[in-house]
Design a protein around this ligand. Structure first.
Ligand code: AOF
Ligand code: ZN
Length: 338
């Protein structure tokens, strides 16, 4: 049996749902008969059918007792959902063998899906390739276990540790190759990119996925700007033109009258301006922020992963709050020609 390679195929399928499943997990499922793949499906979007249900709905033939269903996440068994639990359709259709990548961290499932199937005579092998399964669904796992998205810090420095010129002006640190890598492996892999307003004022970045040569997601991450006093200039790239529709500016709920006027101007362009509580130390109340980003917003059904791109004040705030799951530093040699 090649359980591992079939689970890896589930993960490839599951990844097709990236940026479409919101706060739901990325799930792929397949059916194997006599060692051959005969059907596959994935959870395509938030609110759509779960992967294993979709697979069985589209596969009209009778299931044989020797067929094996593979799925990277434990089938759900909880009743109070939008749809019937997947364990029901597996049992109804007579699936007798199931291979599962990882236990569902959702406390409403948490092993009970597997236990139910076993109690009904289904042979369940689990977990298989748990580590890559948890890695793919790190956003969903984080939402379920920490009530916040997975957070990656992304920064760049020179070999000698500089992040800006001596006068504070921006310094182009990374090479075009490093930029393309970051677009493909960091920006395209996260639901949202977050920066402080200082980074927008200094660099006027676009915060989109565009430099990669290889096939990447067509959906750009949501752009989030932390801007307590709403200082954001109206002529920056992230709020002009089409980009505005994918941008959320987070500012303090205690905004003054001038701030409210700017907020109205931004909203006219399609930007969402979120008013959220601030602590006395000037940082946002993180729980309130993460709660806000669980909601449907600008085409996303909640945010499961965030790439924090800068600048130093924002990095420090995230480190200080213990909210860094992964940190990627690109080391560049800006004195060399690229
Ligand atoms: C998915 N897609 O393929 C699987 C999921 O809100 P609902 O009714 O869609 O249920 C979501 C829960 O179902 C989710 O938290 C997870 O525990 C379980 N499995 N969810 O969105 C899927 N298999
Ligand atoms: Zn399900």
């Amino acid at each position: 049996m090649h359980h591992e390679s079939f689970i890896h195929r589930c993960l490839e399928l599951a990844a097709l749902g990236r940026k479409r499943t919101g706060t739901n997990p990325l799930v792929g499922a397949l059916l194997v008969r006599n060692g051959l793949l005969i059907a596959e499906a994935w959870h395509e979007e938030f609110g759509g059918s779960h992967a294993e249900r979709l697979l069985l709905q589209n596969f009209e033939q009778e299931i044989r007792s020797t067929d094996t269903l593979y799925v990277n996440l434990e089938p759900c068994c909880h009743e109070e959902k939008k749809t019937l639990p997947c364990t029901s359709i597996l049992l109804e259709r007579g699936v007798k063998r199931v291979v599962v990548g990882m236990v569902d961290p959702n406390p409403k499932v948490a092993g009970q899906g597997i236990a139910l199937l076993r109690s009904r005579g289904v042979q369940v092998v689990a977990p298989v390739e748990r580590v890559p399964c948890e890695r793919l669904n790190r956003g969903f796992v984080s939402l379920m276990t920490k009530a916040r998205p997975w957070i990656t810090l992304h920064n760049a420095r020179t070999l000698d540790g500089r992040i800006a010129n001596a006068d504070g002006s921006p310094l182009k640190i990374t090479s075009p190759q490093q930029d393309a890598w970051a677009h493909e492996h960091l920006r395209a892999m996260h639901d949202a990119i977050l920066v402080g307003v200082g980074t927008i004022i200094a660099d006027d970045p676009q915060l989109t996925v565009r430099l990669s040569n290889t096939k990447v997601d067509q959906i750009n991450p949501l752009r989030i700007v932390l801007d307590p006093n709403l200082r954001l200039p109206l002529d920056t790239k992230i709020v002009t033109g089409k980009a505005a529709r994918g941008t959320v500016i987070v500012c303090a709920e205690s905004l003054d009258a001038a701030g409210h006027a700017r907020k109205a101007l931004l909203e006219e362009r399609g930007v969402v301006v979120a008013l959220l509580p601030l602590h006395s130390d000037g940082h946002f109340v993180w729980d309130a922020l993460w709660e806000y980003f669980r909601m449907p917003l600008q085409g996303f059904h909640g945010i499961a992963s965030v790439l924090v791109e800068g600048g130093p004040g924002v990095w420090q705030a995230f480190r200080g709050a213990g909210m860094v799951d992964e940190e990627v530093t690109l080391v560049g040699s800006p004195t060399m020609s690229h």
